[in-house]
Design a binder for this molecule. Structure first.
Ligand code: 0WD
Ligand code: CA
Length: 383
């Protein structure tokens, strides 16, 4: 199979040979037609409140309010010391919120297509994961700095994929500079300047920024033969009541350093737009509103990017990324995972591991620290 070319099957290898042990990330292997990617459908949503409590509703969904001026002068540093409650990022929630959503909405989900399909798969999907994990897969062929670890468990025919923090990522998290800590706040502050709690009101830049709060969409789609169910955090929606239905009315908010040189523009296209495109393309979020800031955290311009136009925007860039490579790699990785993870057992984890300039490999763990499906979920799903 293309992409699983590591220990290439010899001419005498029988068709039932064991799965290959590694997956190559070489870009040229994935330069073919764009794979089928069905229009993502929102099947539900949930909210996490200021104390990170789960609610099976849209109470945290906010509404985008276009800034008055094209140069709004938002001060993103405001409130960092006095009006900021930061989520504890040492706590690893794994897939817990998504699993909670699945249990609360199981009837809806199953009625969707299990009856029609002959698959023995209880949930009617092949893959359950966070959108952010899929973003990492999409960008892997172009990533040169950060590797990843993805834990995979098969239960009831569905593959659950949950990220494990790498040693390098843990070191980076524990050694962030004060400047970096503050800059992580700026993105949330920009949301506060531009998002209101309901369609009638205005943003409240005087309020508290609490990064425990989140609104997450749950979407279903298909990438080639892989039926996906994933959730992603959504910043806000279009406040026009005539806006299209979700996810087409959702808007992703971003901040980035203002672009002042051709080199900066090229880097923005080659590296940042790749990550922005992958993240929003996956759930079918059509627009990104970007606040360009200076070194002091003041937003000097605001621009809208349409996801469907990003591939045009980057076409003239040399050495640039290609959406088809991203999608084909992700598709091939999921096929690789399916061929490797055949034991249906909530206590078994296959840990897939990737470092830049290397192939994807895996190791197997039984009843280990890596097991991530909680008892309350396993009990409910197997009863
Ligand atoms: O267990 C884990 N390792 C992770 C859990 C890693 C990534 C996310 N999460 C969970 C959290 O529960 C969070 O609520 O995912 C949720 C967000 O999921 P996602 O949408 O799949 O993640 P991603 O696309 O990477 O990030 C979307 C937004 C970010 O916005 P920007 O504009 O910076 O991309 O979610 C926020 C952030 O605002 N975010 C997170 N929130 C909580 N925990 C996390 C995180 N680990 N990472 C990004
Ligand atoms: Ca955002």
């Amino acid at each position: 199979r293309p992409g699983q070319n590591h220990h290439p099957a010899g001419p005498s290898t029988p068709p039932s040979s064991p799965p290959t042990q590694s997956l190559s990330i070489q870009r040229q292997l994935y330069e073919r037609d764009f794979p089928l990617y069905k229009q993502p459908v929102e099947v539900g949503h949930f909210s996490l409140d200021s104390e990170r409590r789960f609610f099976n509703d849209a109470r945290q969904l906010r509404y985008y309010v276009e800034p008055e001026k094209s140069c709004p002068n938002f001060d993103l540093r405001d409130g960092y010391r006095s009006r900021f409650v930061k989520r504890d990022d040492r706590v690893k929630e794994k897939l817990d919120h998504i699993l909670r959503w699945i249990l609360a909405n199981r009837s809806k989900l199953q009625s969707k297509d299990t009856a029609a399909s002959s698959s023995p798969c209880a949930l009617g999907v092949d893959i359950v994961t966070w959108r952010g994990h899929l973003t990492k897969l999409l960008t892997t062929p172009y990533e040169t700095r950060e590797g990843w670890l993805l834990a995979v468990t098969r239960m009831g025919g569905t593959l659950y994929i949950s990220e494990v923090e790498t040693e390098a990522a843990r070191r980076d998290r524990e050694n962030r500079t004060e400047r970096h800590e503050e800059m992580m706040y700026w993105g949330y502050k920009f949301e506060q300047y531009t998002c209101a709690d309901d369609a009638q009101s205005l943003p409240d830049p005087g309020g508290v920024v609490n990064t425990n709060e989140a609104f997450c969409t749950v979407v279903q789609t298909r990438l080639a033969e892989h039926r996906l169910l994933f959730s992603g955090e959504v910043d806000c929606r279009d406040k026009d009541p005539k806006a299209p239905s979700p996810p087409a009315n959702y808007i992703e908010m971003k901040t980035s350093l203002e672009i002042s040189t051709p080199k900066q523009r090229s880097n923005f296209h080659r590296f940042k737009l790749l990550k922005w495109w992958a993240q929003s393309f996956l759930p079918g979020v059509p627009r990104i509103v970007a606040g360009f800031r200076d070194h002091d955290g003041v937003v000097v311009s605001v621009e809208t990017y349409h996801i469907s136009k990003i591939s045009q925007l980057i076409k003239n860039e040399t050495n640039c990324w290609k959406p088809t490579v991203c999608m084909n790699f992700c598709c091939e990785f999921l096929s690789f995972v399916k061929s490797v993870v055949t034991e249906d057992n909530p206590r078994v984890v296959h840990l897939f591991s990737w470092d830049p300039h290397r192939d994807v490999t895996y190791s197997i763990h039984r009843d280990s620290q890596y097991s991530f499906l909680p008892d309350w979920y396993v009990r409910e799903m197997t009863s």
